[in-house]
Design a protein around this ligand. Structure first.
Ligand code: ECB
Length: 134
């Protein structure tokens, strides 16, 4: 059975989100608000087609993509930079490379036990988030 990320997930830990936001150039006031948030992710997976909706009391972010198909991503409401994104499978991990102005930008999702893990990367910063099923 291939891995299935579908579900509703609540953030339970968020290591070095501050460093990741600084690397993205997010201003101080926005960072102060953003690091208080406990975002929820709703993931709908149909084979290699993904819908990932990250919601919070402050801002929402919707990403839809197919694994293996490069797409333009606008990061609207995040850092608002555009990039070219490509998501691929590396064994059971979902790996996104976001090519653009920022070096080494991307993320990786995987399941570990009953938890959803997300590593967010930008330049020399790594943010590690863990989610539990709602
Ligand atoms: C959308 C909830 C977070 C809102 C934070 C608001 C302002 C901070 C601005 C930029 C910080 C950069 C990213 C925020 C962290 C998480 C949002 C989604 C990260 C992401 O790309 O998740 C992927 C993988 O699940 C799908 O888009």
């Amino acid at each position: 059975m291939p891995v299935d990320f579908s579900g509703t997930w609540n953030l339970v830990s968020n290591d070095n989100f501050e460093g990741y936001m600084v690397a993205l150039g997010i201003d101080f006031a926005t960072r102060k608000i953003a690091k208080m948030l406990k975002p929820q992710k709703v993931i709908k997976q149909d084979g290699d087609s993904f819908y990932i909706h990250t919601t919070s009391t402050f801002r929402d972010y919707l990403l839809e993509f197919k694994v293996g198909e490069e797409f333009e991503e606008d990061n609207k409401g995040l850092d608002n930079r555009k990039c070219k994104s490509l998501v691929t499978w590396q064994n059971d991990k979902l790996v996104c490379v976001q090519t653009g102005e920022k070096k080494n930008r991307g993320w990786t999702h995987w399941l570990e036990g009953d938890d959803l893990h997300l590593e967010l990367r930008c330049e020399n910063q790594v943010c590690k988030q863990v989610f539990k099923r709602a």
